[in-house]
Design a protein. Structure first.
Length: 333
C-alpha cells in the first residue's frame, strides 16, 4: 500500500504576499487531509521567497485547523538551536495534539550564509554537533535515563505518555547511518539532491537498530511534483519549476514563484538546458497515471511505501488540483 504525504514550503507566488501564502498552507492542509494524505510537513527555509521559516509555529496553527492528519517539521535545522528547547517545544505540541506530531530534524543551514551567521551568532561550536544533538533529543524525550549524560535527569516537559515521531532528514549515507544506528525514522530528500538514494535508504533499512522510540525502520522519500490532466499540461506548468531552480543554481534573485507564461520567456543557453535536465531528477511530472507509474517504479527501487510530495506550481488552485488528481489516481480515501 502506498502512502502519500505533503511537504509545503509556503512559497510566495510572484505578485502575491506572505499572508496569502500562509493562508494557502492551511487551506492545503485541510484539503489534503480530506483527500487521504498521511502527513503534512512544513519546512524551515530562511529565504525571502518563502512565507515563513518556523515550522514549530505553523504546526499548532495547522493542527488546530485540521482533525487527524499528522503534522510536522520537514524539518527543524537542529544545529541552529538548543536540542533541549526543541524537545520541549515538540513535547508540548505532542501534549496538545497527541499521536499527530512529527519532529523532522536536519543539519543543513536552510538558507543563505548571512542568515546562518545570524542564527548562530554567539554560539561556540567545534565540528559537527548534529549527531550529539540527535542523541540529546532522544534523551530528553525518553525519560532521561542515562546517568552519565551532561545534564543527568533533565526531562523535556510536560511529562506525557506519548512522544512525537523523530525523523532524521537527509540526502546522504551519513544521515541515514545516524537514523539507523539510533533507531529513528529516515526521510530521504531526493527533491533537494536529485540523487537516486535507493541504496542509502535500503542500507538504512537493513542496518536499523531498535531503540526506545522505535522498534522497526520507517522511511519515506520526498520529491517535487507537477500533476495535471495531461502530460502536456504538466510539462507546461513545470516551466515555473525549471526556471525557479535554474535561477537558484545561478545565484539570481528570486522574487517568488513565476507563472509558466513568464518562465517561457526566459532565454536559455545550452548550459541552462543542461541544468534544467539535471534538476528534473528532483521532480515527478505528468498526468496522474504517469506520476503513479513513476512512484511505483521508485517504490521498487527504494523499498519504501511512503512518498512525500512538494509542489511549486504558480497558481494555488492548479496546485490543489494536482494533489486531488493524484489522490484519486491512488484511491487514497
Amino acid at each position: 500500500m502506498i502512502q502519500l504525504s505533503v511537504l509545503d514550503q509556503s512559497a510566495i507566488s510572484k505578485g502575491s504576499e506572505a499572508r496569502e501564502a500562509l493562508s494557502q498552507t492551511v487551506r492545503l492542509a485541510q484539503e489534503v487531509e480530506e483527500l487521504g494524505y498521511h502527513r503534512f510537513w512544513m519546512s524551515e527555509h530562511h529565504l525571502e521567497s518563502l512565507a515563513h521559516s518556523s515550522p514549530e509555529i505553523m504546526i499548532p496553527h495547522v493542527a488546530a485547523h485540521t482533525k487527524k492528519i499528522r503534522v510536522g517539521s520537514g524539518g527543524v535545522m537542529l544545529p541552529h538551536y538548543s536540542a533541549y528547547k526543541v524537545a520541549e517545544n515538540f513535547r508540548l505540541l505532542e501534549a496538545l495534539y497527541p499521536n499527530r506530531i512529527d519532529l523532522g530534524v536536519g543539519r543543513a543551514p536552510g538558507g543563505i550564509p548571512i542568515a546562518t551567521a545570524a542564527l548562530q551568532e554567539y554560539k561556540q561550536t567545534n565540528g559537527d554537533i548534529f549527531p550529539q544533538q540527535v542523541e540529546d533529543l532522544m534523551y530528553y524525550l525518553t525519560g532521561s535515563q542515562q546517568p552519565n549524560h551532561r545534564f543527568p535527569g533533565l526531562k523535556a516537559m510536560p511529562e506525557i505518555t506519548t512522544h512525537p515521531q523523530i525523523w532524521v532528514l537527509g540526502s546522504s549515507g551519513g544521515s541515514a547511518g545516524l537514523a539507523s544506528s539510533h533507531g529513528l525514522s529516515y526521510a530521504f530528500a531526493q527533491f533537494i539532491s536529485g540523487q537516486d538514494g535507493s541504496g542509502v535508504v535500503q542500507h538504512y533499512q537493513n542496518s536499523f537498530q531498535a531503540s526506545a522510540l522505535q522498534t522497526r525502520p520507517k522511511s519515506l522519500v520526498a520529491f517535487f511534483f507537477v500533476c495535471a490532466d495531461t502530460d502536456e499540461e504538466a510539462e507546461w506548468l513545470a516551466k515555473s519549476y525549471d526556471i525557479q531552480f535554474l535561477k537558484v543554481a545561478k545565484g539570481e534573485k528570486i522574487e517568488g514563484v513565476i507563472s509558466p507564461e513568464e518562465a517561457a520567456q526566459y532565454r536559455l543557453s545550452g548550459f541552462d538546458q543542461q541544468l534544467i535536465e539535471e534538476n528534473r531528477a528532483k521532480v515527478l511530472v505528468g498526468a496522474p497515471s504517469t506520476i503513479k507509474e513513476q512512484i511505483l517504479a521508485w517504490k521498487q527501487r527504494y523499498g519504501t511505501s511512503e512518498f512525500m510530495l512538494a509542489s511549486m506550481v504558480y497558481d494555488f488552485d492548479v496546485k490543489r488540483k494536482g494533489y486531488r488528481l493524484l489522490a484519486e489516481e491512488f484511491g487514497l480515501k
